[in-house]
Design a binder for this molecule. Structure first.
Ligand SMILES: Nc1ncnc2c1ncn2[C@@H]1O[C@H](COP(=O)(O)OP(=O)(O)OP(=O)(O)O)[C@@H](O)[C@H]1O
Ligand SMILES: [Mg+2]
Length: 346
């Protein structure tokens, strides 16, 4: 191929040698060897110089750009690197532009792949979670239809079991709807002055029976205050406390203690829900807020858990411009904490 750096250098060097040779003819009385030696030297040096300049300033850059396009065409963006170059500045700039364009595209592709993976995983998890209570309820109803309905003692037992599974299914669907609305950003918070002491007391009343069954005591540590107003979405914050306190009861052994501590701290209220239960192994701590994640699947499932509670808590707390934190030691207990803005009456 003539139009590469060598071909161009050959043409230009030959032209220079011919022009110089022709010019020498105009100078009188030169020795004969000058007429061939000078053009040869000119040809050699021009060829080397032009070749080096073209190769390093243009052709190498063009080849790099071409290689980049090849990689983009083959979707091989991960191996694309910004080349350090000494070439022509506009070629260099084109190269950098291509690199940043490819970089943006690669991030978009990665994000789409990640989302597709999440969707597949979510669908698989949802189907799996729905299947269990549907299967169980279906089994009890069919057994009744196949004749068990005539046995009075079995009839009530099976109907209760079917109803329990259907209640679980209802709770799961509600949680799923909440999670998907929150993730889609469809839920707007209704911030209003909320007495957090009242919210906690209400939930203690609601969960009292469950705690009593395991002789677990529920304590509110509010430094004697029974009215602490925060700016929060009453219903959603209710949901946060129900999830955290019921987890604390669920994952504690008999005679445990669950304490909710409220500590005003400047314009914020520090809130913690602490238990002295089974604790969470450190390797699971940063995953428990993922939907459907359970440390001990069999224990959680036996208690009717689906692993959605903490992901809902995380979304709600974040929608209150806060962050949920957890500290836990296996065998000693766990503490979940976050903060809310104190309501300042104007
Ligand atoms: N206080 C706690 N002590 C020990 N482990 C906990 C505690 N809270 C949560 N976990 C662990 O984190 C996992 C996720 O909790 P999460 O509340 O999201 O789900 P769940 O309680 O299993 O089900 P759900 O809340 O949907 O009924 C639980 O399965 C449990 O293993
Ligand atoms: Mg839970």
């Amino acid at each position: 191929m003539l139009l590469n750096s060598k071909g161009l250098a050959l043409i230009l060097a030959a032209s220079i040698a011919i022009i110089i040779g022709a010019s020498l003819l105009l100078i009188p009385e030169l020795p004969d060897f000058v007429f061939w030696l000078v053009p040869i030297i000119c040809f050699g040096t021009s060829y080397i110089l032009i070749n080096v300049v073209l190769e390093f300033l243009f052709f190498k850059e063009l080849r790099n750009i071409y290689e980049m396009f090849e990689k983009i065409r083959n979707n091989d963006l991960t191996t694309l690197k910004p080349e350090r170059s000494y070439g022509h500045s506009s070629l260099n700039q084109i190269q950098q532009e291509i690199y940043s364009y490819a970089h943006v595209k690669q991030s978009e592709i990665d994000e789409l792949k990640q989302m597709a993976k999440f969707r597949r995983q979510f669908l698989a998890d949802v189907s799996h979670e729905l299947k269990t209570p549907i299967f169980a309820a279906q089994g009890f109803v069919h057994t009744l239809l196949d004749g068990a309905i005539d046995d009075k003692s079995i009839r009530m037992k099976f109907l209760r079991k079917a109803a329990k599974n259907l209640d679980g299914l209802d709770a799961l669907v509600q949680d799923l709807l909440t999670v998907s609305h929150m993730e889609a950003g469809d839920i707007t918070m209704q911030f209003e002055p909320t007495n957090i002491c009242e919210v906690v007391e209400e939930i203690f009343d609601q969960l009292e029976d469950r705690a009593a069954k395991k002789s677990i005591s529920l304590k509110l540590n509010n430094e004697g205050e029974n009215k602490i107003l925060v700016l929060a979405d009453n219903q959603r914050i209710h949901q946060v406390f129900v999830n955290l306190i019921s987890n604390a009861i669920k994952y504690s052994d008999e005679k445990g203690e669950v304490t909710v501590t409220l500590t005003p701290n400047n314009e914020k209220l520090d809130i913690s829900v602490r238990d002295n239960g089974i604790g969470i192994p450190p390797e699971h701590l940063n995953r428990i807020f993922e939907r459907f994640y359970r440390v001990d699947k069999s224990r959680s499932k036996a208690q009717g858990g689906t692993g959605l509670g903490l992901s809902i808590v995380k979304h709600i707390v974040e929608a209150h411009s806060s962050e949920i934190k957890v500290v836990s030691n296996v065998g000693q207990g766990s503490s979940f904490s976050f903060e809310l803005e104190l309501y300042q009456a104007r």
